[in-house]
Design a binder for this molecule. Structure first.
Ligand code: FES
Ligand SMILES: [Fe+2]
Length: 395
């Protein structure tokens, strides 16, 4: 994939240069040592088995995080044009996300205000100006207003103005659509302005969704998250795929509340490399990996960005919405080939390797053993992240 991408760079046009990044991202990259100078520090840390297998912890996370704070629903890039609508099964709630003619993104409960029927049943992106209920054909604007009722004269005293779709408070953060699920006034305090600025620097909001796929995993959401917070597994779990491209060097880590930014040099990294070609693609040299509170994972590759929303559905059930973002649609057959091969590879690596690791860990932990999980110096970010969310939950 890497070499082919090089050949097609002119066709892909837009790459991320060092100067495109935020000052904070650039400063972090400047802190990456040469591969040979990297120092790994051992740690002693563990977590009880029950944080992955216990109903009490799951319930505490739901109450303390996923219903208390706004949560990510989908990506702005999915709704690329005004008049777009997509249904999302999020956190056990059927939702609709629209981009109105006025270019506003809105989040609604996907429930007709006549008798509750879902207005959109699939999860494809639709281009339309109205939402018509399949049951009795009540019709809504993309702004949620009820605009049409079949045989309206048969409803005595119907006030259409009071039967619009139930809208949830929502906001865009760096290309991610967040909403408050219980309809309360959202507490935005945990979403990081720096991470938002970083995502903007990657061009996430205006990116093209090359591919998206949802996975149903038999694993706790934190086991799905863990591989994206540590480098320990990369050379081992991914030995047959991408492992050879990475070393066990520590990441440069910055935490912004309960948000984690990691950046690491690719194999053979030397600090002088970032200045050798100022117009060059910085993601040929470094890899960024973010965990944006509470459950968004962003990982950069040379010519695309992977975004995942890890949705907890049960103690041992997680839905992952995976999105591959490119700067634009492929404009040449060669570029299309690169994207296609990249997509196949990333689905194989994340789906077949990282997600599989989460499922086999869950299977073992569900026996009750080991009674604690152990974390080493190459996995310190996991512990840091758990410390941060546990402080928020006060568990
Ligand atoms: S349930 Fe939607 S129109 Fe009747
Ligand atoms: Fe991995």
């Amino acid at each position: 994939m890497e070499n082919i991408a090089e050949l097609t760079q002119p066709a892909l046009r837009k790459v991320t240069r060092l100067v495109d990044l935020t000052a904070s991202q650039q400063a972090a990259i400047r802190r990456i040592p040469a591969e040979k100078d990297a120092v790994n520090v051992p740690i002693a840390a563990s977590r009880p088995n029950a944080i992955f297998t216990g109903q009490a912890r799951f319930d505490a996370e739901q109450a303390g995080i996923f219903r208390r704070y706004p949560v990510p629903i989908t990506l702005e890039a999915v709704l690329a044009e005004p008049g777009s609508v997509v249904a999302v099964e999020a956190y056990g709630m059927p939702l609709l996300v629209t981009r109105t003619r006025d270019d506003e993104i809105r989040v609604f409960i996907n429930s007709c205000q006549h008798k509750g029927s879902k207005l959109v049943e699939d999860c494809e992106v639709h281009k339309q100006s109205r939402l018509t209920c399949p049951y009795h054909a009540w019709t809504y604007g993309l702004d949620g207003r009820l605009v049409g009722v079949a045989r309206a004269e048969m409803f005595e005293g119907l006030d259409k103005g009071s039967r619009g779709l139930k809208q949830l408070p929502s906001r865009l953060w760096g290309g991610v659509v967040y909403a408050q699920l219980d309809g309360r006034d959202p507490d935005w305090s945990q979403v990081s302005d720096q991470v938002t600025a970083d995502f903007k620097a990657f061009g996430m909001a205006g990116a093209h969704v090359y591919g998206r796929k949802s996975f149903e995993l038999k694993a706790n959401w934190k086991l799905v998250l863990e591989p994206f917070l540590e480098g320990y597994h990369v050379q081992r779990l991914h030995a047959a795929s991408i492992g050879r491209l990475f070393v066990d060097a520590p990441n440069i880590v910055d935490m912004f509340g309960a948000n984690v930014r990691q950046v690491s040099g690719r194999i053979g990294y030397e600090p002088s490399m970032v200045d050798d070609d100022p117009e060059g693609n910085v993601h040929k040299l470094v890899t960024h990996a973010y965990t944006a509170f509470p459950n968004v994972v962003v990982v950069t590759s040379q010519y695309y960005i992977s975004v995942m929303i890890l949705v907890p559905r049960g103690v041992d059930h997680t839905t992952v919405h995976y999105f591959m973002l490119t700067p634009g649609p492929a404009t040449t057959p060669k570029a299309e080939e690169v994207f296609e091969r990249s997509y196949d590879l990333i689905i194989k690596v994340f789906g077949g390797e990282d997600f599989r690791a989460a499922e086999i860990s869950q299977a073992g932990l569900s026996t009750g053993y080991p009674e604690t999980t152990l974390y080493c110096g190459l996995e310190a970010n996991i512990v840091n992240y758990y410390d941060a969310i546990e402080a928020l939950m006060e568990v």
